[in-house]
Design a protein around this ligand. Structure first.
Ligand code: ACO
Length: 428
C-alpha cells in the first residue's frame, strides 16, 4: 500500500486522496481537484521552484540543513581529500569511481580532445580587447555546435559520451584562450603530457620559451576547487541545462545556456562579486557600516546565504583550508583579513543567524583565484570549467530518463481578458 495524502477542498467539501512516493506528491494528481467539471484543475504556484522537484536524479545528494554534499553517494570531503578532478568527473558521469585502468583510459581519452579547431582560435581573437572572459566562453561554447553537427544525435549514448569528453577537454582550452586574449598574449596550445589542472595552468601562464612548472600546491588547490564545483544538483544553471536539453538541442547549445545562467552574480558570478565587495570595504574598520547596510537591504553580503544550505556550506570549510595551503605558497592575500572578520561578525549577528545565512563556497574561492594570479573576470570561468562535468552528468541522466518531457511550466494568468481591439486613433 503506498502512503497517501488526503486533501479536503473547503470550496466544495470534496475529499481527494493522492499517493505519496519518495516523500513527494505528483503535481498532476492535484488536477483532479476541481469546483466544476470543466475547471482546469488545481495547480501549485512556486516561483523560483523552491519546493518543486523537476526530476528524479542519482547524481548529487544535498541535505542543506545538515550541511551534507555527496556525489553519487560519496561525501565531498572524502572526494576532495583523495581524488583528482578527472576521477571525480568519471564518477559523476559514470556513476562509479573508476578502477586504475578505467581511469587511465578516461584521462587518455580526454587528452585526445583538448585541442580546438584553428577557426575557433581565430573566432576568439576577434573579440574586443576588453571582452569579459565569461562572455567569450559562453559564445565560443555555443559555436562549438557548428563544428560538431553530429552532436545533434542526442539519443545515441555513444555519441553523447564523445561530445561530453570533447566539452570536458575543450572548455579549459577556451577558458585559457579567453584569459590570454584579455591579456593580449598569444594562446598556448594544450600540453597533453600534463594533468588536467597542470595543463590548464600551463595554457594560462606559460610565457614564451621560459620553462613553466606550476607550484604543486597550486595544482592541488585547483583540483580541490574543481572537485568542489563539479556539480550541485538542480541549481539554476543545471536546471537551464536540462530545460534546453529537454527540447533535444545539442549539448554545446545547452551548455552555453547553462554557462549563461552561471554568469549571474546570484549564482556563479558571486565569487567575482565577493572580491569586489571586499575591495569596496577596503579596511576592517569599515565592516560594521557595510554589515549595517546589508541589514537595511541596501546590498547583500556576497558569498553569504544559499537557497539550499541553511547551515555552513560543506564546500566553504574545504575552501577555507585550501586557501591556507595556497597562501603558504603565494603569501597572504590582504583581503583575507577583511573576509575573516566579516565572516566572524556575520556569524554572530542576529540578522544573519536568524535567516541562517552562512558563508557559501564562493566566499573564499575568489581569494584563492586572486592569489593564483587570476583577474576577477576569470572567476565565473573558473566555476564553469568543473561545472561542465555536472551539467553533462545532468544532461546524460535527463536523456536516459523515461519520464523526460520538454520543460514547459504553467503560469497563473492575472492579466486582462476578452478585450475588444481599439483602433490607434481612439486610444487614450
Ligand atoms: N545578504 C544579506 N541578506 C540576505 C542575503 C545576503 N547575502 N541572502 C539572503 N538574505 C536575506 C534576504 O534579504 C531575505 O531577508 P527577508 O526574509 O528579511 O526578506 C532572506 O535572507 C531570504 O533571502 P532569499 O533571497 O529569499 O533567499 P534565496 O534562497 O532566494 O536566495 C541566494 C539565495 C540568492 C544565494 C541569496 O542568499 C544571495 O543573494 N546571496 C548572495 C549571493 C551569493 O553569494 N550567491 C552565491 C550562491 S552559491 C552558488 O551559486 C555557488
Amino acid at each position: 500500500m503506498p502512503d497517501t495524502l488526503t486533501i479536503t477542498d473547503n470550496r466544495t467539501g470534496k475529499t481527494y486522496e493522492v499517493d505519496i512516493t519518495n516523500e513527494t506528491i505528483s503535481a498532476m494528481d492535484l488536477r483532479k481537484i476541481k469546483v466544476h467539471d470543466d475547471d482546469f484543475g488545481m495547480m501549485t504556484y512556486d516561483p523560483g521552484y523552491t519546493n518543486t522537484a523537476s526530476c528524479s536524479s542519482s547524481v548529487t545528494y544535498i541535505d542543506g540543513d545538515k550541511g551534507i554534499l555527496e556525489y553519487r553517494g560519496y561525501p565531498i570531503e572524502q572526494l576532495a581529500e583523495h581524488c583528482d578532478f578527472q576521477e571525480v568527473a568519471y564518477l559523476l558521469l559514470h556513476g562509479e569511481l573508476p578502477n586504475a585502468s578505467q581511469l587511465a583510459e578516461w584521462t587518455d581519452s580526454l587528452k585526445m580532445h583538448t585541442m580546438v579547431h584553428e577557426n575557433i582560435k581565430e573566432q576568439m581573437a576577434s573579440f574586443r580587447y576588453d571582452a569579459h572572459a565569461m562572455g567569450m566562453l559562453i559564445s565560443t561554447v555555443a559555436s562549438l555546435s557548428t563544428f560538431y553537427p553530429e552532436a545533434k544525435k542526442v539519443h545515441c549514448a555513444e555519441n553523447r559520451m564523445i561530445q561530453a569528453k570533447r566539452l570536458i577537454a575543450k572548455v579549459p582550452t577556451l577558458a585559457a584562450y579567453a584569459y590570454r586574449h584579455s591579456q593580449g598574449h598569444p594562446y598556448n596550445y594544450p600540453k597533453n603530457n600534463l594533468s588536467y589542472t597542470e595543463n590548464f595552468l600551463h595554457m594560462m601562464f606559460k610565457m614564451s620559451d621560459n620553462p613553466y612548472k606550476p607550484e604543486p600546491a597550486l595544482v592541488r588547490a585547483l583540483d580541490v576547487l574543481f572537485i568542489l564545483h563539479a556539480d550541485h544538483e538542480q541549481n539554476c544553471s543545471a536546471s537551464v541545462m536540462r530545460a534546453i536539453a529537454s527540447s533535444e538541442a545539442d549539448p554545446y547549445s545547452a551548455l552555453a545556456g547553462a554557462a549563461a545562467a552561471l554568469y549571474g552574480p546570484l549564482h556563479g558570478g558571486a565569487n567575482e562579486a565577493v572580491l569586489n565587495m571586499l575591495r569596496t570595504i577596503g579596511d576592517v574598520k569599515n565592516i560594521p557600516d557595510y554589515v549595517a547596510k546589508c541589514k537595511d537591504g541596501v546590498h547583500r553580503l556576497m558569498g553569504f546565504g544559499h537557497r539550499v544550505y541553511k547551515n555552513y556550506d560543506p564546500r566553504a570549510t574545504i575552501v577555507k583550508k585550501c586557501a591556507d595551503d595556497v597562501f603558504k605558497v603565494t603569501g597572504r592575500n590582504p583581503l583575507l583579513d577583511i573576509a575573516l572578520e566579516l565572516e566572524k561578525i556575520a556569524l554572530e549577528d542576529e540578522y544573519f543567524v536568524k535567516r541562517k545565512l552562512y558563508p557559501n563556497v564562493d566566499f573564499y574561492s575568489g581569494l584563492i583565484y586572486q592569489a593564483i594570479g587570476l583577474p576577477v573576470t576569470m572567476f565565473p570561468v573558473m566555476f564553469a570549467i568543473p561545472r561542465t562535468v555536472g551539467w553533462l552528468a545532468q544532461w546524460q541522466e535527463l536523456m536516459e530518463d523515461d519520464e523526460r518531457r520538454i520543460q514547459r511550466p504553467r503560469q497563473v494568468y492575472l492579466g486582462e481578458r476578452k478585450r475588444d481591439f481599439v483602433p490607434i486613433d481612439q486610444r487614450g
